[in-house]
Ligand binder design. Sequence first.
Ligand code: 5GP
Ligand code: MN
Length: 324
Amino acid sequence: MKPPIELLDFLKTEDRFVIATHINPDGDGIGSAIALSEALKQMGKRTLLLCRDAVPYICKYLPGSDRFFTYETVKTAAADISSYKNLILVDCNHPSRTGMDKVNDIPFDIRKSAVIDHHETDRDYGDIRWINREAPATAMMIYDLLKELGTRMSKDIADNIYAGILVDTGNFRHDNTSAEVLRIAADLVDAGAQPTQAYRSLFESWSNGRFLLFIKTLDTMEIKDGIAMVTITKKMFEETGTTADDTENFVEFPRIMKDINVSVFLREMDSDGYKVSLRSKGGFNVAKIAAEFGGGGHKNAAGCTVKGDLQTAKREILSRIKAS
Ligand code: 5GP
Ligand code: MN
């Protein structure tokens, strides 16, 4: 996966890059952003890492994860933000996915933008667009980019890229786990990435409250025509002392059943409506369903938000799935 020449030129000639990733960030967005930032640092460039939401606790083991600013902290802690004229979006391809389009007091003045992403759904944004829908993870694209840039693969960079790959291949289980993925993972381990630490932190660091929330969530499961649906309400978060960060991967579990082709997870939001996560097996394209609700994602993993009460949200999602 060769990065475009214009992207390489952009990174080599410019300085001061804001690197931003999507809201509700995951290991791929966080790891890709940090790895790119470290590579640019080796080239003597300045970077500023930005995300609307705080780094989830499961990603805090990643070297450099404490360097992220939110839209709140960036205003006070990064006084020189107004001198950053270049924006790079990673693991997303439009400012609406970063939430920055809704904040009008971030004091930066972007002159040139690039997107590095692997999502199936894309919108027209970016002076330089590198979108590879075949890439198993944005972190794989970052790996290729760093090879082209001649970056020294430090342990810190290797840990970050490894995290992105691990998360987006579901622990090397999803059908995007190719020989190339495994070769690159091995190369990263040679460079110092710690597979056990990554697995433990990303998948085996649940609190008691989170486990309790999981049990309650499974209790809400409804199954119909090969579709499993689970729900989390704000009350369930209160009862278990947990937050939205504690729901990562819950949507994966119903897929374990051999007759389930689509798994739907609805989480009640603070604002009106529900955040919906969709997962499928095989040919069923959930990105298309999510896109009908203004969301997006990949063929087997996608998301969107649905306004209104729970029954309406469930009915609308189910009917779109059945209709396709
Ligand atoms: P999750 O269900 O884990 O939040 O996200 C699954 C995939 O769908 C991820 O690749 C994520 O970036 C994408 N995704 C989730 N929610 C949205 C959304 O509201 N809009 C778009 N465009 N993509 C989403
Ligand atoms: Mn990704």
